[in-house]
Ligand binder design. Structure first.
Ligand code: C2E
Ligand code: MG
Ligand code: MG
Length: 561
């Protein structure tokens, strides 16, 4: 690194200013979504005829020490105004310019007054100037700087917090002041590894939550640019797009680089777009700054993805956390609340939940997220489970639910509807039985031409009549044992399965008997004991096997049920 005598800087600074050796270089700021130039930062350069080009790092601290810095900053503002007016004269598209201020500027003179006078002299509006201040500046005298920033805001200037994250009190500064833009320095995250990425994503999240716009500086690579775009960083600045360049070069830059310049009248538009938090689980429903300002403290929004944490100790489950979305999901499938579900699992026999239970077992075994589709109370939904941790026989499960139905899932719903009708068509008969209320709820579907519907009488009576009318005599006794409504529940529970299946000879339309497959399935409802009774044709092979079985081992069917 170049070494320059402090004294050389002090002695030569003012004459260098006069002779125009000190001037602004310009580095464009790019709107991430459009890749158009939305503003530009002015950075001081000292082109010395004796010692060559001096970087700000060499002279700024010296100028601060000797209380000359405000002269530099006002000279840079002068430069900006000249460049701005030259662009205006040439009819080029205009955009705001940023200047960097030092904390000592405010100690030395009334900076707002000095800046306003310069702008007035050149007829440049305050909205064309952004003020950049590094975070370390503001630590010691909060009330004092707040007043200063308020007066800059009132005069129409936007204020950027420069080098966010490089100081040791960034969060305090954020808490105490309201900035328009948070300028995040990529260079303090020297490599863009997973930790840096997570930090940047969190900063982005936070900035949007408190209504500040985001700009990343020091962007050098395409990888950085892509990552920043994905996490919703609104503006980018760095060598990836351009190095700082002198005024003459910069004036030509927008047309030569083909980047184009954003129309400043679109500022509000892009600012509104910039408020969308790409990382939010519920970006459309995210809180806006106005809500925060109006004291709406519902701003800590819950995740729109359902989540519950359920601790399982043996068969017993305990709810530790659930969000609104999870509660709503369970209500959609017919539970009054999540607590109702937990109570039901703990109080009723395990077989009622055998489906979910086997899913849970699989997630414990694999450690993966297991997704299974279920039907409860006639509502089709996906349930997700993952085992998170395990200790002393306790297992913590994370669970999520996604229900289908309603307008939002119209396509899934329609498809489900369409194909479930086709599946129904593979059955020859379907009835719904309610053993608790002793009724045949409905004859849902039938191609069998049975004698009657059997819905007009109590279930126990219907079963007997059905066996008499529709089942071949040799099978009748076995059929009645198989379907016996009063013991159905216990028999299914102790079988560990959700269904019984046996072949019987049913009477066909032509009066002949044919062997068909009969199933009784327990349907999961939060109310009543509902079963579906189906009759289905059998494949030639299954028929052969059933024939052999009935002939050689008639007892086996009785045991199996
Ligand atoms: P800063 O305001 O944070 O400016 C960004 C610095 O990063 C600039 O250095 C710029 O040239 C450099 N930079 C921009 N893009 C990249 C990149 O992609 N990679 C790398 N490695 N560097 C990049 P510069 O111009 O040397 O300025 C250094 C600091 O000096 C500035 O940091 C600012 O705090 C201060 N400064 C510059 N000009 C002025 C001024 O007119 N007045 C005051 N008070 N301070 C100034
Ligand atoms: Mg800066
Ligand atoms: Mg910076």
């Amino acid at each position: 690194m170049q070494h320059i005598d402090e004294q050389y800087i002090v002695n030569n600074f003012e004459s260098a200013l006069e002779k125009g050796y000190v001037k602004a270089y310009y580095q464009p700021v790019i709107r991430t979504l459009t890749e158009r130039i939305c503003s530009v930062e002015a950075l001081a350069r000292w082109q010395d005829p004796v010692v060559g080009l001096l970087s700000p790092f060499l002279f700024i601290s010296v100028l601060e020490k000797y209380r000359l810095i405000h002269k530099l900053d006002l000279a840079i503002l002068d430069n900006i105004c000249i460049t701005y007016n030259e662009m205006k004269r040439q009819g080029l598209p205009l955009h705001p310019f940023s200047i960097n201020l030092s904390r000592l500027d405010f100690d030395e003179i009334d900076m707002l007054d000095a800046i306003s006078k310069t702008l007035k002299k050149y007829d440049v509006p305050s909205t064309a100037i952004h003020i950049e201040i590094t975070e370390s500046v503001m630590l010691d005298n909060t009330a004092y700087f707040r007043r200063i920033f308020d007066s800059f805001h009132d005069a129409g200037f936007a204020i950027f917090m420069d080098d966010f994250g490089s100081g040791y009190s960034s969060l305090n500064v954020l808490k105490d002041y309201s900035f328009d833009v948070l300028k995040i320095d990529m260079r303090f995250l020297s490599d863009i590894g997973i930790r840096s990425k997570k930090i940047l994503a969190s900063v982005m999240n936070m900035a949007k939550a408190i209504g500040m716009h985001t700009l990343a500086e020091g962007v050098e690579t395409k990888e950085q640019m892509t990552f920043l775009r994905n996490i919703g960083c609104e503006m980018l600045q760095g060598f990836y797009y351009s190095k700082p360049m002198d005024g003459d070069l910069y004036i030509k830059y927008p047309s030569e680089s083909k980047l184009g310049v954003e129309d400043p009248s679109e500022n509000h538009y892009w600012n509104a777009v910039g408020q969308i938090n790409f990382l939010s689980p519920d970006p459309l429903n995210d809180v806006t700054t106005e809500q925060i300002e109006h004291g709406d403290y519902g701003f800590i929004r819950e995740n729109s993805t359902a989540l519950a944490l359920i601790e399982k100790t043996g068969p017993h489950v305990k709810l530790l956390y659930k969000n609104d979305a999870y509660e709503k999901g369970l209500q959609r499938i017919g539970f009054g609340s999540v607590d109702d579900m937990i109570k039901a699992i703990n109080e009723s026999e395990a077989s009622n939940y055998s489906n979910v239970d086997s899913q849970v077992k699989l997630s414990i075994k694999t450690g993966e997220i297991i997704k299974e589709d279920h039907l409860v109370n006639g509502v089709y939904f996906s349930y997700y489970t993952k085992s998170i941790a395990e200790i002393n026989g306790k297992i913590m499960l994370a669970a999520s639910i996604q229900t289908y139905g309603g307008e939002a899932d119209k396509i899934t719903n329609d498809l489900f509807d369409k194909y479930s009708r086709m599946l129904i068509d593979t059955y020859d008969h379907i009835s719904v039985l309610d053993t608790e209320n002793n009724t045949v709820v409905t004859r849902l579907y039938s191609k069998m031409g049975f004698n009657e519907e059997y819905t007009e009488m109590p279930l126990d009576e219907a079963v007997k009549k059905f066996a008499e009318n529709e089942i071949k005599e040799s099978d009748r006794k076995r059929f009645l044992q198989y379907i016996e409504p009063s013991t159905l529940r216990d028999r299914i529970a102790s079988s560990g399965k959700r269904l019984f299946q046996q072949p019987f000879h049913f009477k066909m339309q032509d009066g002949k008997y044919q062997m068909m497959d009969a199933k009784i399935m327990r349907v999961f409802m939060t109310y009543g004991d509902i079963y579906i009774f189906t009759v289905q044709d059998m494949s030639a092979q299954a028929l052969q096997m059933a024939d052999i079985m009935l002939r050689d081992h008639p007892g086996i069917l009785k045991e199996q049920q």
